[in-house]
Design a binder for this molecule. Sequence first.
Ligand code: C5P
Length: 307
Amino acid sequence: MSLLCPSRVRNERTADGALLWRAPAKINLTLRVLGRRDDGYHELDSVVAKVTLYDELLFRPRRDGKINLVCCGLDCGAVQENLILRAAELLPENRPGVDIELTKRIPAGAGLGGGSSDAAATLLALNQLWELHLSAEQLADLAGRLGSDVPLFLAGPTVRIRGRGELVEPVRVHPFGAILYLPDPHCPTADVYAAYKANSDQPFDSAHGPEPVEGQSAVSRQQLDEPVSEWRGELFNDLQAAAMRVCPPLAEIFYRLAEATGLSVHLTGSGSAMFIICDDANEAESVIVNLPDEMKNHCRAVSLNSW
Ligand code: C5P
């Protein structure tokens, strides 16, 4: 079953008293790289939407100050390096402790922001569970220290991000459905930015902004609030070519998916996941059922998340 239904609530108490928190995936509807910054990061301007594919985190309070994490589901990598633990450890001293159980459904290295979303969920959940009363500004500051994509997951469901990702403002996007395509190859974010830099090493000029690039599609943020048919073919991602240089099989997957569906395919973030915008999740599902089996297995039908 590939149709992923929206969850009504972001968090709830389970029957045994644990706090369940859902961490949604994101897709970058637009992603413009404005240039290289003095700190080595890239200046971005991107409209990001959260969609209905979730990691789930269960939090159970402890009283001995220990912070434990166990993972199940998709591969989470080394537990000790997980951003969830780094997020918990960033919170104030004298922590009561917590057991965290992660069910991973958002693949890592896919540009879907799963690790960042988990980290943001951890900040929000522990702020509640441990009654820390941290303000939105304090949480945003901690999120920015954890990674460029973490702050955007504190707000939603659709935001514009700028800076290296820490400047987040809500934007309106018309409700949509999407086919997510989750390829086997994964793209390390830093490698994709390095490949981008190797080809277009433009320093970011904060006074004048970037030179407009001829032929670039430019869907406006206002347009994204109009029905899907107005903008679904106009989206762009400046990292797409670099991701395909880092991971050449992605180019073949991209063209096969576009050919099989007859629809515009887009990369999210630094890849490797791709998406196709539809009117709603039912339309996405009806496209998926007609794909060959080996493609179908990589697809999920999602919609815009509501929070
Ligand atoms: O911030 P985060 O650790 O998630 O970023 C991972 C890598 O992606 C950075 O080390 C950097 O190479 C690249 N990056 C960038 N510009 C951004 C965000 C990330 O160059 N705005």
